[in-house]
Design a protein around this ligand. Structure first.
Ligand SMILES: *Cc1c(COP(=O)(O)O)cnc(C)c1O
Length: 395
């Protein structure tokens, strides 16, 4: 059996998105800035896509700027809000300890430029509290940036409550919604969101394209100098095929949320229940306040990367927040942020499943993980120490 269970890393492209992309490559090959008919045809396709994307999140077309993906959208949103803040003499930013690196590294850079940053703690359930955001807001706070749903542990944040707090205190609110757009219903107006980042390849569109929503009146700063594309907010010839394809993917995924979510939820919970039978393990993140496709566990006494390689041998593509796979020495900052100890954080496994996964596939995942964990524990010194009582179990 072959199971791709790494949808949070990237999703396979939807058929409708591939078809839209190929069609645009064949037919809308003009430069959208050119005045002749072939250019204008590309321009029309571009603007139609912008309108379709805007309507999915309850925005207007002018509030959508296309970017190269989620990382660029995060950088641009945060830099823009920081600059607005600086002009108003406000140089304090609030975020959380478990954001994506596109957010955290941008904030680190801003700190070196004189901003002060408060990273709110994340509770063991992987959820930030709106009251804590409210308590952290100061006179000089210019921006709150909190992700919509976490990419590792899938926990969904109280965005509507945080948005309400920010709006009432006159502070801009950005959310990295890369894991949520196309997966959860979103309304930027109802949720008081000023800036929102999204990426096509997380909802069945192509890689290298995304968008930034900026509420009317929130001025974006261009990160890339050049031509006047995207109303001067993002220079460079627009990637019309990718943009049109992103719109097709988003329309389809947003309209299927209601249809696929109940099944995906049931499959997620079946997977969680099955893996919970493994001794000395823990589910990472709240059991219910999480994305319908996300399962993330820590297994005591093993290394995540060995687990991944052995699962790959069985046809399963999964992910881990552990050392070697991510090329970093530290275990996942997300797992550390929710209070997992280093040893345990190294033994993590993230399975992010397809909306149409079958019960048989879920059972194969459960069986495979059970066998591989048991096998690895068989020759793990860490596990032997715990079994013999030399070291204490953490989980
Ligand atoms: C994938 C991801 C990003 C980065 O998006 P890219 O399009 O790959 O640059 C940012 N934030 C979150 C939460 C993500 O999951």
């Amino acid at each position: 059996m072959k199971i791709y269970a790494d949808y949070a890393a990237t999703a396979p492209m939807r058929r409708a998105a591939i078809d839209a992309m190929v069609s645009a490559m064949e037919n809308q090959y003009g430069n959208a800035s050119s005045l002749y008919a072939i250019g204008q045809s590309a321009k029309e396709a571009l603007e139609q896509a912008r309108g379709e994307i805007a309507s999915v999140i309850g925005a207007s077309a002018k509030e959508i700027t296309f970017t190269s993906g989620g990382s660029e959208a995060d950088n641009q949103a945060i830099r823009s809000a920081a600059l607005l803040g600086k002009k108003a003499g406000k140089m304090h930013i609030i975020s959380t300890a478990f954001e994506h690196h596109a957010v955290l590294h941008t904030l680190k850079k801003l700190e070196r430029e004189g901003f002060s940053v408060t990273l709110l703690p994340v509770h063991e359930n992987g959820i930030v509290r709106a009251e804590e955001v409210a308590a952290a807001i100061r006179e000089d706070t210019c921006l709150v940036t909190v992700m919509y749903a976490n990419n590792e542990i899938g926990t969904i944040q109280p965005i509507r409550e945080i948005g309400a707090v920010c709006r009432s205190r006159g502070v801009l609110f950005h959310t990295d919604a890369v894991q949520a757009v196309g997966h959860l219903p979103i309304s930027v107006a109802d949720e008081n969101i000023d800036l929102l980042s999204a990426s096509a390849h997380k909802f069945g569109g192509p890689k290298g394209i995304g968008f930034l929503y900026a509420r009317k009146g929130v001025r974006l700063e261009s990160l890339i100098e050049g031509g006047a594309q995207e109303r001067g907010k993002r220079a460079g010839t627009e990637n019309v095929p990718a943009i049109v394809s992103m719109a097709a993917a988003l329309k389809e995924s947003a309209s299927s949320i209601g249809k696929t979510a109940p099944h995906q939820l049931a499959m997620r919970d079946r997977l969680i229940a099955g893996l919970r039978e493994i001794p000395h393990c823990a589910l990472n993140g709240d059991a219910s306040q999480r994305l319908p496709g996300n399962v993330n566990f820590c297994f005591e006494g093993i290394e995540g990367e060995s687990l991944l390689l052995l699962l790959d041998d069985r046809g399963i593509s999964a992910s881990s927040g552990s050392a070697c796979t991510s090329g970093a020495l530290e275990p996942s900052h997300v797992l550390l942020a929710i209070g997992r100890k280093h040893d345990v954080a190294h033994g993590s496994l993230r399975l992010t499943i397809a909306p149409d996964i079958t019960p048989e596939e879920v059972d194969y995942l459960i069986q495979s993980v059970k066998e591989v964990v048991e096998y690895l524990r068989g020759f793990s010194p860490m596990w032997r120490d715990r079994i013999s009582g030399k070291a204490e179990f953490i989980l």
